[in-house]
Design a protein around this ligand. Structure first.
Ligand code: SAM
Ligand code: SF4
Length: 474
């Protein structure tokens, strides 16, 4: 997979080990090591898993050598993601021979896709747990300690883990993710997610708002509401009539009202579901960030139909127009797949045209990877040669890079409110933060006494392509 600075799939975080900042109250002396792959939802799930394990008295370690339990929280969206996990599992082989009591568990989408096959294929795996079965982890660990292979890959229609307060991966203490729903009811033909994460279900709105409030009270200043398709969020409190269901636009407003100092972001929006009500809610609340991730996948109506995306090229472009009309300052980002079944050069040119028209700030770009069990794998032939898929992907990447450079150059002279997230990695005398459009802005600290989680007005003075440079406006 090749991509520019990323958001949903952060390459720099793939394989990241969970690190806890909490002291254990009931430390049993047993340690777990938890490594995460894939999208942000998976990283958020790891925080739920860590919370469940820490409650059982396990504590986190960042060293596999110190661990009694090694867990990999996996992704199955592309073949490459699964190959990475298989290689990683092999690297534990010697350790497992040396320490027979060490338990190895595979969690997440790859566990769900392969189920017990994983135990047959990867002999060193002891525990296999799907995304809806994390509550059963303590029991499964006990089974595995008793010498049994432990598997729970049951999908649920209800599980949202709404009562489990995730232990934050605590990268900056400023920005956190909140899962607002699980699963997906869309059947995009290329996608394995509906099979690995099950039916869509929305989490209790009150628990989402409470989590946002708790984060705010603990110093966080930004939350990102996460779901495969956030715009179809629909929560009906038990016992209430259907007309009283909470929509995504209403939820956004509820979270925005936690505090004007709490920034709210969300991802991902399916173009078919994002409504004017959402756009007007974004307009109404200055603290809802002006950025929409609106994956198009392909610019050809014929390919979109084969993908079962349920919109046409024309319909998508009208949605882009509508966003620009209601929210002229809003950044749009995208996901694109090249080389889907039967894609011709003309289809590919149409994708490039849609990119030019939409002027994405950035995109996550992939070549098509056939996934076993998906509708596309069952219905169509994966007939675009790999070198063609890759060449088209490179053209898409080149165009995106050029557009990102242009868009960032155009920012010079603008002044933005920036939320400080960290010291710049390159220079301790500089801050790094993001503006409402999700662009990273780096600027000198100067004489100002500022700290992480502060807001500051920054005038953009330059650009390095994917980062904006600026100076504090007094
Ligand atoms: N729910 C989100 C949506 O509809 O846009 C995205 C979920 S998916 C985990 C993230 C991205 O991976 C998709 O938008 C798509 O571009 C890409 N993807 C999914 N399946 C793929 C496949 N079989 N081959 C290549 N890319 C794929
Ligand atoms: Fe996959 Fe489509 Fe659901 Fe996104 S909306 S998770 S691409 S099936």
């Amino acid at each position: 997979m090749l991509d520019l600075p990323v958001k949903t799939i952060d390459e720099s975080r793939q394989g990241e080990a969970y690190q806890s900042t909490k002291r254990q109250r009931s430390d049993t002396g047993r340690r777990f090591y938890l490594e995460s792959y894939g999208c942000q939802m998976n990283f958020n799930d790891s925080e739920i898993v860590a919370s469940i394990l820490e409650k059982e008295g396990f504590s986190a370690t960042q060293q596999t050598e110190d661990a009694d339990l090694i867990f990999l929280n996996t992704c199955a969206v592309r073949e490459k993601a699964e190959q990475t996990v298989r290689k990683r599992l092999q690297s534990f082989k010697k350790m497992k021979q040396r320490r027979p009591n060490l338990l190895v568990g595979v969690l997440g989408c790859m566990a769900e896709r392969l189920k017990t096959k994983l135990l047959e294929q990867e002999k060193l795996v002891d525990i296999v747990v799907g995304p809806d079965a994390y509550r059963s982890l303590p029991g499964l660990i006990a089974d595995a300690e008793g010498g049994q292979k432990a598997v729970n890959v049951l999908l649920s229609r209800e599980e949202t883990y709404s009562d489990i307060s995730p232990v934050r991966l605590d990268t900056d203490g400023v920005s956190a993710f909140i899962s607002i729903m699980r699963g997906c009811n869309n059947m995009c033909t290329f996608c394995v997610v509906p099979f690995t994460r099950g039916r869509e279900r929305s989490r209790d709105a009150a628990s989402i708002v409470a989590e946002a409030q708790d984060l705010f009270d603990n110093g966080y200043r930004e939350v990102t509401l996460l779901g495969q398709n956030v715009d179809s969020y629909h929560y009906l409190e038990p016992g209430k009539p259907d007309g009283e269901a909470i929509t995504f636009a209403q939820l956004l407003a509820m979270v925005a009202q936690v505090s004007p100092l709490l920034r709210v972001r969300f991802s991902t929006s399916h173009p078919k579901d994002i409504t004017d009500e959402v756009l007007y809610t974004m307009k109404k609340y200055p603290n809802i960030c002006k950025h929409i991730h609106l994956p198009v996948q392909s610019g050809s109506t014929r390919i979109l139909q084969l993908m079962n995306r349920t919109y046409t090229r024309h319909w998508y472009l009208k949605k882009v127009d509508r966003i620009r009309e209601i929210l002229p300052e809003c950044a749009i980002t995208c996901d694109i797949i090249t080389g889907f079944c039967t894609e011709t050069e003309e289809d590919h040119q149409e994708t490039l045209e849609v990119m030019r028209y939409s002027r994405y700030d950035l995109s996550y770009m992939f070549f098509y990877s056939e996934r076993p069990g998906t509708l596309a794998q069952r219905r169509y032939k994966d007939d675009v040669p790999l070198e063609v898929k890759k060449r088209r992907l490179q053209e898409v990447i080149d165009l995106q890079r050029q557009m990102t450079v242009e868009i960032y150059e155009e920012e010079i002279g603008h002044t933005y409110e920036v939320l400080i997230q960290n010291e710049s990695k390159r220079n301790k005398d500089e801050w790094s933060g993001r503006n409402t459009r999700n662009q990273v802005v780096v600027f000198p600290k100067g004489e100002h006494t500022l700290k992480k989680a502060d807001y500051v007005q920054v005038k953009i003075t330059g650009s390095t392509g994917a980062t904006l440079l600026g100076e504090i406006v007094a």
